[in-house]
Design a protein around this ligand. Structure first.
Ligand code: SME
Length: 163
């Protein structure tokens, strides 16, 4: 099946470039949302260091509902505008939170989470599919390279599931 080799690259950008290639290959030829979300989450979670949660919250037309993920069991429903995920969904802007303890309204699903990045997933028609949420037990784990890398990975995911 899919062989997950440790990624050893000179830079984080190269690491993300390689991860994008792997994601494209992994999702190619499949449009099923749950199947692709599950494999995408597993790929990213096991390829990047210092993560404790990575997964999807999907918009059901009213609020965000937890979807395929890797990590400990999580909060099931999040209203738009609530927490980091709900803020990303409402503002439609990536939320890079260097210290979740300093983010008013952060929802602590796993007390280990210290920093977090959440990318909104918008369909070509402008509608909200959900958000991609990645947590780390390290403060300041994510930087601008992670923001660009995660957004590029989400673009690969959205391209694969469009239908
Ligand atoms: N911390 C998130 C909730 C989801 S969990 O991290 C898996 C938030 O504040 O939206």
């Amino acid at each position: 099946m899919f062989d997950l080799k440790p990624l050893v690259h000179a830079s984080k950008r190269e690491h993300y470039d390689e991860l994008q290639r792997q994601a494209r290959g992994l999702l190619a030829g499949e449009r099923d949302l749950v199947a692709n979300a599950a494999n995408f989450g597993a790929l990213v979670y096991h390829s990047l260091p210092e993560l404790n949660w990575a997964g999807f919250y999907l918009f059901d037309g009213n609020e965000l509902v937890v979807g395929p993920f890797q990590g400990k069991p999580a909060c099931i429903r999040i209203a738009l505008g609530r927490g980091v995920c709900g803020t990303a969904a409402q503002t439609r802007e990536t939320q890079l939170v260097r210290d979740v303890n300093a983010f008013a309204g952060h929802i602590a699903c796993d007390a280990a989470s210290q920093s977090e990045i959440v990318v909104p997933l918008i369909r070509p028609d402008g509608s909200l599919l959900g958000v991609w949420d990645v947590d780390s037990p390290i403060i300041d784990r994510f930087d601008e390279d992670d923001r660009a890398g995660m957004q590029a990975l989400c673009a690969v995911f959205m391209e694969a599931v469009r239908g």
